[in-house]
Design a protein around this ligand. Structure first.
Ligand SMILES: Nc1ncnc2c1ncn2[C@@H]1O[C@H](COP(=O)(O)OP(=O)(O)O)[C@@H](O)[C@H]1O
Ligand SMILES: [Mg+2]
Length: 268
């Protein structure tokens, strides 16, 4: 799940933080400049993204929407440094990712990006605690530090009582919360989630989106892919894709989830 190069980068270590890992704290966290992705399948070439230019500021909470095949995952894989564009540039925190080697990209993934997947991607037969500790192992944190931080993160997602449980002993919503805790392990400035509620029922989906809202309120930049309007409704900006192009990009006033609606009305 975590690529070999991630582990290698962790083992190699470095004396001081290289420039591409320092936080530049520029207002624009993501800048996409005429991004093109072409998939060459041998027989035909598929245009995954067509000259996308957009900016996401630090601290934004964004939904990427669009029908199946519109390019959402292609974009997320590039944003997550899991794939590179065919043409154009992706600047993450002021650094042009096209200039980085595979090992440097692995370090960026480990330190600057927390990725949450539709299918959770937890390591089976490994406790929730150990799953959360994993990115910190690659980042060469001490055993004690890893354990303390992992417990703190499980507490943050409301699962401290489940630390010793294996993924198959947890519900879908709980598994996704472990995956979110794992994504937060190295305190990355950017959280990316590709259809994080795609395998969950409505109640669990709402819980996950409330959790993302809290992370956003605490200062994280959160980008969530979804094709469900009620999920996008939690975010503050909705970007719609169609055939590899942005067809709309609008501000959104987040709706209160059903579960909190009554209480808010009483307190007003
Ligand atoms: N690995 C690949 N090889 C070839 N074509 C691909 C590959 N991944 C995605 N595509 C194509 O790129 C387009 C966008 O796909 P994708 O980003 O997965 O869409 P979405 O996530 O919105 O469903 C589609 O036409 C899809 O078939
Ligand atoms: Mg997809």
């Amino acid at each position: 799940m975590i690529p070999y190069t991630d582990r290698l980068a962790g083992l190699l270590g470095r004396r001081k933080t290289p420039p591409y890992l320092t936080e530049n704290l520029s207002e624009d966290l993501i800048v996409l400049d005429r991004l093109v992705k072409i998939y060459d399948t041998g027989t035909i070439k598929v245009l995954g993204l067509k000259k996308i230019s957009l900016t996401i500021r630090r601290g934004e909470f964004v939904a990427i929407m669009g029908k199946s095949g519109s390019g959402k995952s292609t974009l997320m894989n590039i944003l997550g440094c899991l794939d590179q564009p065919t043409l154009g540039h992706y600047y993450l925190d002021g650094v042009d990712t096209a200039s980085l080697s595979p090992d440097e990209l692995s370090e960026i993934r480990n330190h600057k990006i927390g990725f949450v997947f539709q299918s959770f991607n937890l390591i089976s037969r490994t406790s929730a605690l150990k799953n959360v500790e994993l990115p910190m192992t690659y980042a060469r944190k001490s055993k004690r530090e890893r354990r303390e931080r992992a417990m703190e993160l499980l507490k943050r997602v409301g699962l401290e009582a489940r630390a010793d449980h294996m993924p198959n002993e947890l519900s879908g919503g709980q598994r996704q919360r472990v995956a979110i805790a794992r994504a937060l392990a190295n305190d990355p400035p950017l959280i990316l989630a590709d259809e994080p509620t795609g395998n969950l029922d409505t109640a669990a989906s709402e819980e996950i989106m409330e959790l993302f809202s809290r992370l956003h309120q605490d200062g994280a930049t959160v980008v969530v892919v979804t094709h469900e309007e009620n999920i996008a409704a939690f975010t503050e900006r909705i970007i719609r894709f169609q055939d590899g192009e942005v067809v709309s990009d609008r501000k959104n006033r987040p709706a209160l989830p059903e579960s909190r609606r009554g209480k808010e009305e009483i307190s007003c």
